[in-house]
Design a binder for this molecule. Structure first.
Ligand code: NAD
Length: 490
């Protein structure tokens, strides 16, 4: 591994990665660079171009220039490029997975087996979905009516550092399929796989400017991008704090935006549930060191089975292996960055100081510099910060409830509303509770299963707008109604 402070490429996990922006089909460096570290060693692995207003402007102009031609290709024409890109992603799984693993420490085996391929699937699926869109035609009041989708224009997509490759494809694929051109601003803690995606779009023959990567800090490159008046859509995934800023910037330009933000999902276990399955899944919420927006981090367990559940949970939690994400045995890898470790630690320290009971973990692990032990906290009250705020680390809380009404009330008691998990063997209860819980997605007796055509997004401070299926294609399009007076044309 090597990384020169002024070099335009870095060798990461044996893979050559460009550390510059990708704008209008060219690699563009910035004078300043920022350091990217490996979460495993805390050593620098790359120095990446640090863009600002100038680079953001250049990227948006490139996307605007490329837009008319890309839009005019139609869904079928664009689909040809997207399927080629999907094939290239599948062919390059090894290098994409190796770089992503080094950059943000997701488990290498998951990246290889699932996560990167899901990125490819997104491009393939959206190529198909866009092509199968049927314009709606009908007659009314003496006119022929038709609803059409028109590509919106250059789209700014801003992504977080957890699962950065896969999450970026959730935005880039529908935007491109809908006929938008794209500027992707990846997170500064894990920006490298976006650069590899740019290489693959070039190899797939995408016309210059259709896909651009702008590197840099959120408050510099990101802010300049979303404030740019030529951007016609803004799609953001990250924290609610940043989401508010993005929303303000988009509003100033009267540009539609979607925001997928944090979560504090409940995992509700009823007494009639398969307790072993529920406890296993609950302990699985420590996967990816808890850096998963959809995680069920608030365990809510019916009082009658709470003791039995906790015993099972402990058994499964004990099976976790903290270690190098490249190691087959590892189940929990390090946190992304020293600042994030301090943030996670701060939550637990404050919870301890407030007198909430730390049932397991609650400290750094000696396995490596950025490891934190899987932690379980029993809060004294539901309004505790540790219950109400997203930690985004391997920290869960456990609370008991008496009946369905109390379970629903606790589940809906935070400002978030991204996801919820329910364990019950009763279909009636699954339906009743599932309907009452405020969350963008509710899973019953399962977790993280996603149908690409279903809407995805959050309620409350977890999100505005929806991604997924036609919902995303509508977002990246301007919907238009065409009306023709009957009998007025031949
Ligand atoms: P973040 O909000 O700090 O950053 C997200 C992105 O926004 C980064 O690319 C960052 O550079 C950029 N950014 C920061 N300030 C900006 C500004 N002023 N203008 C424009 N862009 C700016 O979030 P993060 O720490 O990277 O990611 C973790 C958060 O993301 C967690 O809250 C997590 O729950 C959330 N998340 C949500 C989903 C979802 O689908 N709902 C998925 C993954 C992560």
């Amino acid at each position: 591994m090597s990384a020169g402070t002024h070099e335009n490429t870095a060798k990461v996990a044996g893979v050559e990665v460009s550390t510059d922006h990708y704008i209008g089909g060219e690699r563009v460096p910035s004078r300043e660079r920022f350091e990217v570290i490996s979460p495993m060693s805390c050593e620098p692995i790359a120095y990446v171009s640090r863009g600002g207003e100038e680079e953001a402007d250049r990227a948006v102009r490139a996307a605007k220039e490329a837009f008319p031609r890309w839009a005019s290709l139609g869904p079928e024409g664009r689909g040809t490029y997207m399927r080629r890109l999907a094939d290239l992603i599948d062919e390059n799984v090894e290098s994409l997975a190796a770089v992503e693993c080094e950059d943000m420490a997701m488990l290498l085996r998951s990246l290889r087996a699932r996560v990167i391929h899901r990125g490819a699937r997104n491009f393939r699926a959206y190529a198909g979905l866009a092509a199968s869109y049927e314009e709606r035609d009908w007659r009314s009041q003496g006119t022929w009516n038709r609803v059409q989708r028109m590509p919106a224009g250059p789209a700014a997509t801003i992504t977080p550092w957890n699962a950065p490759f896969m999450l970026s494809t959730w935005k880039v694929a529908p935007a491109l399929a809908a006929g938008c051109t794209v500027i992707l601003k990846p997170a500064e803690w894990a920006p490298l796989s976006a650069s590899l995606l740019a290489d693959l779009t070039e190899e797939a023959g995408f016309p210059p400017g259709v896909f651009n990567v702008l590197q840099g800090m959120g408050e510099e490159a990101g802010a300049a991008l979303v404030a740019h008046p030529m951007v016609r859509r803004v799609s953001f995934t990250g924290s609610p704090e940043t989401g508010r800023l993005i929303g303000q910037a988009a509003a100033r330009n009267l540009v539609p935006f979607t925001a997928e933000m944090g979560g504090k999902g409940p995992l509700i276990v009823f007494e009639d549930a398969d307790l072993e399955a529920a406890a296993r899944k609950a302990a699985g919420q420590y996967d990816d060191a808890g850096q998963v927006c959809l995680a069920g981090t608030r365990l809510l367990v019916q009082r009658s089975v709470a003791r039995e559940f906790l015993e099972l949970f402990d058994r499964f939690a004990d099976e976790h292996v903290l270690g190098d994400p490249r190691d087959e045995r590892t189940t929990i890898s390090p946190l992304i960055h020293p600042d994030h470790l301090k943030r996670v630690e701060g939550f637990v320290e404050r919870a301890r100081a407030e007198g909430h009971e730390v049932l397991r973990g609650g400290r750094r692990s000696e396995v490596g510099p950025l490891f934190y032990e899987p932690t379980l906290i029993r809060p004294k009250s539901n309004d505790a910060e540790i219950v109400q705020r997203e930690v985004f680390g391997p920290v869960l809380t456990i609370q008991e409830f008496e009946d369905e009404a109390e379970a629903v009330s606790l589940a809906n008691s935070t400002e978030y509303g991204l996801s919820a998990v329910i364990y019950t063997s009763s279909l009636g209860r699954a339906d009743r509770v599932g309907r009452m819980v405020r969350a963008g997605v509710v899973w019953v007796n399962t977790f993280l299963v996603r149908d690409l055509t279903a809407p995805f997004g959050g309620m409350g401070i977890s999100g505005i707008g929806r991604e997924g299926g036609d919902y995303a294609l509508d977002f990246y399009s301007d919907l238009k109604t065409l009306q023709i007076q009957e009998g007025s044309t031949r």
